[in-house]
Write a protein that binds this ligand. Structure first.
Ligand SMILES: [Zn+2]
Ligand SMILES: [Zn+2]
Length: 461
């Protein structure tokens, strides 16, 4: 049987609601059997009690406090008095251990301010818990050098930071304060033995290639497919915007609405979409040419290497003069990074995980404006989540999934959780029909595991 407290050996005596949240009157049911002062067993008697308030995890959208009736004992042997030792409580921080863990988890995902609002505590409390958590994690953290190194970057607090990943394991290994050569040299320099490294997957940032050539001569450096096709998509988009503007407001808006069509592969369009695309491109030779160039670039990746190289090398020449400017970014990159892009055909590894990680960093960045580099780094490295099957599929399709999209907000505690950590229930599943709710709730609730075990069919004390 579940209860609202859901703490072993604790009993809930009463429940009060006020504007500040829910107060549960509780007691711990286990008496100590020996004196904490002298150690003598079985010679204790109860000697009144004292009330102490502890912070707990939020429930039903409100902060929860536990008002604990803590017994005092006196020893017949040494006349010493002491308070009942309590399980599941962090006495120093005056909160339940699960509240502490909740803050640790949520502070890696959400802003300190929001976490403090959900719990009904000071923002400083959240910051202190988070900083201590980060320090503890950091102390035990030793980055390693993977077989396939991923090098990418993310824009954070106005600086580009390098992110190093284990490409094969799809794991972030470290985040550096910047992406300068000296910083990278120092990071790689901590590993004396680099002989097991098989190659590097980087994005098109020349210092990455330089450092790779310096420290890993003779190893393949790969620009993965994702980075190149992404560029092709943004070139077509450039054409779409430029040509659309010239068409006047109305047509431009229609083009904007249909822009998803030109992003898609021709082979993935259904009959209706294909019809709409034809309608569009039949009358727009420049737009049609831009779309064909994009498709052609994607097609290169489906071909055997020898054929692909032929197509690759004639690509720039086949860009019509009217589209040269729109496609310049791509053709220049294809020229400057030819070797690395073509290395993909021998080593079809993808650093798409770094890209989705970039999404995490960006979200973290947006949420925590002004957060220190250390906090964001911790959020990326220590937010120990396994990618779900769906996320992995998305990554394989080289479609980076923003962390936002895969996070759900628990309707009961307002915390952020990954899809695998929540379930959906109907509201009736939790509440007797005649009970009024503290807040308005939708018919279907997204609920985290903790809230589920605490609220499940047992709203009453
Ligand atoms: Zn004693
Ligand atoms: Zn919850």
């Amino acid at each position: 049987m579940t209860d609202i407290l859901d703490l072993p050996d604790w009993r809930c005596l009463d429940k009060r609601q006020d504007d500040a949240g829910t107060e549960l009157h509780v007691e711990y049911t286990i008496d100590p059997d020996f004196c904490l002062k002298c150690g003598v067993v079985g010679n204790l008697y109860k000697h009144g009690f004292t009330n102490t308030t502890y912070l707990d995890c939020p429930m039903w959208g409100r902060p929860v406090r536990l008002l604990a009736k803590v017994r005092r004992y006196k020893c017949r042997d040494c006349s010493g008095t002491f308070l009942q030792p309590l399980e599941a409580i962090d006495a120093a921080r005056r909160m339940t251990i699960r509240a502490l863990e909740y803050i640790q988890q949520q502070s890696m995902r959400d802003t300190f301010q929001r976490v403090s609002e959900h719990l009904g505590c000071d923002e400083k409390t959240v910051r202190n818990v988070a900083n201590e958590y980060i320090e503890g994690k950091d102390d035990g953290y030793r980055p390693y050098l993977p077989e396939w190194i991923g090098l990418d970057e993310t824009h954070l607090n106005k600086v580009m930071r390098a992110i190093i990943t284990d490409v094969k394991a799809r794991k972030p290994i470290d985040m550096l304060p910047d992406r300068d050569k000296s910083t990278l040299r120092r990071w790689f320099g901590q590993f004396r033995d680099r002989s097991h490294v098989k190659g590097l997957a980087i994005d098109m940032w020349a210092p990455y290639r330089d450092v790779a050539a310096e420290l890993f001569p003779n190893l393949p450096v790969v620009i993965d497919k994702f980075h190149v096709v992404k560029m092709a998509n943004s070139c077509v988009e450039r054409s779409r915007i430029r040509l659309g503007k010239a068409q006047g407001k109305k047509v431009n808006l229609a083009w904007k609405r249909s822009k998803a069509l030109i992003r898609m592969r021709l082979r993935d369009l259904n009959d209706k979409q294909r019809f709409n695309l034809d309608m569009w491109l039949d009358n727009e030779p420049d737009m049609a040419a831009a779309y064909r160039l994009k498709e052609r670039l994607f097609d290169i990746y489906d071909k055997p290497k020898a054929e692909a190289i032929k197509d690759y090398d004639s690509f720039a020449n086949d860009v019509p003069a009217s589209l040269k400017a729109d496609f310049h970014e791509l053709t220049r990159a294809m020229k400057n990074w030819r070797k690395e892009i073509l290395n993909y055909f021998d080593h079809p590894i993808t650093n798409a995980y770094t890209e989705s990680l970039n999404g995490v960093a960006k979200v973290a960045n947006r949420m925590g404006r002004g957060y220190s580099f250390e906090v964001i780094r911790a959020r990326i490295l220590f937010n120990d989540r396994k990618p779900s099957a769906r996320q992995l599929r998305a990554q394989r399709a080289a479609q980076p999934t923003a962390a936002q999209e895969t996070m759900r907000c628990c309707d009961l505690c307002k915390g952020l959780f990954y899809v695998a950590e929540v379930e959906t229930f109907s509201l009736e599943h939790f509440l007797p029909k005649d009970k009024s709710l503290p807040l308005k709730y939708p018919e279907m609730l997204v609920v985290c595991n903790l809230c589920n075990s605490r609220s499940h069919k047992s709203f009453e004390v």
